[in-house]
Design a protein around this ligand. Structure first.
Ligand SMILES: NC(=O)c1ccc[n+]([C@@H]2O[C@H](COP(=O)([O-])OP(=O)(O)OC[C@H]3O[C@@H](n4cnc5c(N)ncnc54)[C@H](O)[C@@H]3O)[C@@H](O)[C@H]2O)c1
Length: 354
């Protein structure tokens, strides 16, 4: 992972040197193409990418499908793209997931470079080795572990990112802080708002983003292929996939994560695992940053039960539910029987009025 001024100067040269004389295909979402098109086309040209072209793909959750991946494979094949080639994804988590999966599948795997242009992608989606697409209503059901060769972080992309998406990234940063890094949590309390300012690509913001990236790498690296299914970074990702899909993706990924994480902090409080003071401190931070933390679906215990069923299947038959025991540490609740209807209902009632 490198931080570099990608669109001009040394970052571009570093990327070009890295790619060398390998063929490249550069992909971006429509918004990123619109805002950064000239610079990215210039980059594509200098990389001698196929047709000197910047390839734009639709990147809504509804387009995050095997069909979109197939369209990329077909396009690459039609241009005799070789197995020495490199797919370069420039975009948010949706684009990186699509391009990452296409890279993992094309001729059984070609190299990929991930350039995250949303905060969420920079602190999370770009630096993992997973990629996946939705199948029907099931989020990320079809996917691969397909490690990028290089990840480039450029804070300049954040300056055009709508605040709603900055908040999504902050939610993922808070998730990570809660389960492993109290210092990161404190840093977000002090400086998180800077990412929402016009001047958001400040040194302070970059430091904060880098701290989150380092923490995420530290967490993912020892278990990159998820042979261990107890993962603290699954915190915030238990019922959030269903929150996203059941709202027809009106809730963005980071928003669903925030709502999920607050709910399970409250569950922790009800179970006596997490003190109420900590829950209030977490809620205060989310409120200060304007991050949503409640959705009416949480009042529906059938919804929660079926979302827990889906999470349990994904985690190999056990719940492996991470719950913070204080800010910066977590334990797992693996036995579903601990989550009785009474516990879930009490948590919903607290969450609704908090
Ligand atoms: N593979 C992984 O490990 C992993 C991890 C976390 C999340 N994800 C996935 O990531 C997705 C969410 O990603 P996201 O939050 O980045 O959303 P996103 O990819 O939908 O991007 C959000 C919006 O911002 C626009 N955008 C991107 N960069 C911009 C910029 N610099 N300026 C202005 N607009 C810009 C995009 O075009 C899009 O409309 C989900 O599908 C989630 O499942 C994957």
């Amino acid at each position: 992972v490198i931080r570099a001024d990608l669109l001009a100067g040394p970052g571009k040269v570093a990327l070009m040197n890295f790619i060398g004389d390998r063929p490249a295909m550069v992909f971006a979402s429509p918004t990123v193409s619109r805002i950064f098109g000239d610079e990215l086309r210039d980059l594509a040209m200098q990389l001698r990418s196929w047709n000197n072209e910047l390839i734009t793909i639709q990147t809504t959750e509804q387009n995050k499908t095997l069909q979109t991946v197939e369209a990329i494979l077909t396009k690459a094949q039609s241009r005799y793209f070789g197995r020495n080639g490199v797919f370069i994804g420039v975009g948010g988590g949706v684009l990186l997931d699509i391009v990452g999966l296409a890279a993992g599948l094309f001729r059984r795997g070609v190299a990929q470079v991930r350039i995250g242009t949303t905060l969420l992608a920079q602190v999370d989606a770009a630096i993992g080795i997973k990629s996946g697409v939705n199948v029907g209503k099931a989020k990320n059901l079809a996917g691969l572990f397909s490690p990028p060769e290089l990840v480039v972080t450029d804070g300049r992309f954040l300056s055009t990112l709508p605040q709603r998406h900055i908040r999504c990234g902050l939610a993922e940063m808070i998730k990570l802080a809660l389960v492993r890094d109290e210092a990161l949590f404190t840093a977000i309390e002090t400086d998180g708002h800077q990412l929402l300012l016009e001047s958001r690509n400040s040194e302070t913001s970059q430091r904060l983003v880098d701290q989150a990236i380092r923490g995420m790498i530290g967490e993912l690296e020892p278990n990159a292929y998820e042979t261990e299914l107890q993962r603290v970074v699954d915190f915030g990702h238990t019922i959030s996939p269903r929150l996203e899909s059941d709202t027809n993706f009106q809730l963005h990924h980071g928003e669903a994560v925030a709502i999920d994480l607050v709910y399970f902090c409250i569950v922790g409080q009800v179970l006596g695992m997490l003190k109420q003071d900590a829950v209030l401190r977490i809620v205060a931070l989310l409120d200060r940053l304007g991050i949503p933390r409640w959705h009416e679906l949480l009042a529906n215990l059938d919804f929660i039960a079926s979302a827990l069923d889906a999470a349990q299947a994904h985690r190999g038959g056990q719940l492996h539910l991470p719950i913070p025991t204080r800010i910066g540490a977590a334990q797992f609740v693996s036995d579903r029987r601990n989550l009785t209807g009474i516990v879930l209902k009490e948590a919903s009632e607290i969450g609704r009025v908090l």
